[in-house]
Design a protein. Structure first.
Length: 180
């Protein structure tokens, strides 16, 4: 920005400046080309699963907020929790819209709706770009995770610390060794 005007430098919008100062630019994702109907159906089904999972995360966080003075909240805290719940529910409704749009696209190309999704927690290997899905109660970790999921394309922002642990998780069950 120049001192003479309040407009951003040529070629750089305000959002680009904010992103550059707050987190830098992540390397761009490689573009991909969908050449066949079957590939498009597969990608749309993945998108439906992702939207469904993200929606469930928001709903879980919203429902985890305390809702009454009987749960130890003062009046001001109760009002803040209600505001947070309304905002999170609004975002969850947007995710529901995204899910509906994906279903409409599937229908438009003659495919069946896709409403199944993997169980939680879902490690990053299932979805692109290190996306983890887990049900987190409302708190700093959940907010950081939501910021990571909703970040603008190209913004280099780390996921919540607890979400990164999924990459190092070991299976809960170990294979049985047969003797004899």
């Amino acid at each position: 920005m120049t001192e003479e005007s309040n407009s951003p430098a040529p070629g750089r919008g305000r959002l680009a400046q904010v992103i550059a100062t707050r987190g830098g630019q992540a390397p761009p994702e490689a573009p991909f080309v969908i050449e066949h109907r079957e590939a498009l159906i597969y990608i749309l089904c993945q998108a439906a699963e992702l939207e469904h999972g993200i929606m469930a995360q928001y709903l879980f966080a919203a429902f985890s907020l305390k809702q009454s003075a009987g749960e130890g909240l003062a009046d001001a805290e109760l009002a803040a929790a209600a505001r947070w719940r309304r905002q999170i529910m609004h975002i969850a409704a947007q995710e529901m819209l995204h899910l509906a749009l994906v279903q409409n696209l599937l229908s438009a190309i003659g495919a069946a709706p896709h409403l199944s999704r993997p169980n939680f927690p879902q490690p990053a290997s299932h979805y692109p770009a290190g996306v983890h899905l887990a049900l987190l109660p409302f708190g700093e970790e959940a907010l950081r995770h939501f910021m990571f999921l909703e970040r603008p394309e190209g913004m280099d922002l780390d996921d919540a610390a607890g979400m990164a642990a999924f990459a190092n998780a070991a299976p809960a069950a170990v294979p049985r060794v047969q003797v004899g």
